[in-house]
Design a protein around this ligand. Structure first.
Ligand code: 8OZ
Length: 376
């Protein structure tokens, strides 16, 4: 690992940057992180304002994936943004972040087939572009349960899903977020439509890559209609196998089409999970992430396995505009300060990632708390 003082001298990671209408304090982004601590009714945890407030020194926080509708839910205890109680819960979160001078977007989520009837309204089947079951297990309140064969959406149901995104976008505005990110990554509904491995439809939402990108583009249009493009980002994971999503037959062409078409909405950023989500950063031969970056008119946020050295290198070679850190932000509320000063990072407790309360959520110490406690 390079000497951290040399990295600091060279990097602009800790300098302000303009993101749409916002002057961010630095180029360090807190990635969206599922923590499964919501209350009944999919209302954000009462601890969430403290948790996000502790992390407000990030240039931008992207709050955890949040279902746009009851049907969009696929994990126990994830929050929603489809009713008034959820909006009130989120208002407390945005208030806590804004009180510290931070900025926070909300990630809008529909899981598609990555769910289970026990998580669905009326114990219905999860929905997807096509009736193809993913391999693996859903995280339900009763533990891990095998995925089922989803129900293929009728063409006539798709406008309702776009309306769910629009309502969620309006609710995020009412909750005083600074913007929203459309989650089109990691094998959830929008990416299930994008890839030909999971989309076998013969209507205008399947077949050609233009058709497979149609739902994402209709969602972007609806969300941008609420927020304006300068407050909307999109997250993609073009080569990730996350959630058993098979590779597209031509990922470069499919994702290039989607990104070029998204340019019509003047989005503020494209957020890319580089490589396999939470796994190796390698991309297959013939795929080039920088092609997507150059196609896209807005800012590029890079994510997946970055540390300080890799982030500084990405900036030095201008491979990304901002860098999103995920798991390091869970165990280090003051991650920006620790990276900037070369301080040691707290280790991550994997047993408290999902579910539970304070432990592993709001009790990771800042450097100041460590000093006050007389720690090393
Ligand atoms: C980890 C556990 C549960 C959900 C994603 C929203 O992969 C997630 C997620 C990650 O985007």
């Amino acid at each position: 690992m390079p000497d951290s003082s040399a990295v600091h001298a060279a990097t602009d990671l800790f300098d302000p940057v303009q993101l749409g209408p916002y002057r961010l304090r630095n180029r360090v982004v807190m990635a969206p992180l599922t923590r499964s601590r919501a209350q009944p009714g999919d209302v954000p945890s009462p601890l969430a304002p403290e948790y996000y407030g502790q992390r407000a020194s990030a240039g931008l926080i992207i709050a955890e994936a949040t279902q746009i509708s009851p049907q969009g839910k696929g994990y126990a205890w994830t929050p929603g943004i489809y009713d008034a109680a959820q909006v009130e819960g989120w208002r407390a979160v945005t208030g806590a972040v804004h009180a510290q001078g931070g900025r926070i977007f909300l990630q809008l989520w529909h899981v598609g087939r990555i769910s289970h009837p026990s998580l669905q309204p009326g114990h219905a089947l999860p929905v997807a572009p096509s009736a193809i079951a993913p391999l693996g297990k859903a995280f339900t309140e009763a533990g891990f349960v095998a995925f089922v064969v989803p129900r293929a959406l009728e063409t006539g149901e798709i406008p309702g899903i776009v309306e769910d995104y629009r309502r969620a976008a309006r609710n995020a505005l009412a909750a005083d977020f600074d913007g929203v990110e459309i989650h089109a990554a990691n094998g959830y509904l929008l990416e299930q439509f994008l890839r030909d491995s999971s989309n076998r439809r013969s209507d205008r939402y399947g077949g050609s890559r233009e058709n497979r990108a149609r739902l994402l583009l209709e969602v972007a249009e609806a969300v941008v209609g609420v927020w304006g493009g300068e407050r909307v980002g999109v997250r993609l994971s073009p080569v990730s196998p996350a959630n058993d999503l098979g590779p597209d037959s031509d990922p470069q062409a499919t994702y290039s089409h989607a990104v070029a078409a998204l340019n019509a909405f003047n989005l503020v950023y494209l957020h890319v999970v580089e490589g396999a989500t939470q796994g190796p950063r390698e991309v297959p031969n013939g795929f080039d992430l920088q092609v997507l970056r150059r196609l896209f008119k807005g800012l590029y946020i890079a994510n997946n396995g970055y540390d300080l050295a890799l982030a500084a290198e990405a900036r030095r070679h201008n491979l990304a505009d901002l860098i999103a850190f995920g798991r390091p932000f869970i165990s280090n509320p003051d991650l920006v300060e620790r990276l900037r000063t070369g301080a040691a990072l707290n280790p991550l407790d994997r047993n408290t990632l999902y579910g539970g309360g304070v432990k592993g959520y709001t009790d990771y110490p800042s450097l100041a708390q460590e000093r006050a406690a007389g720690g090393g």
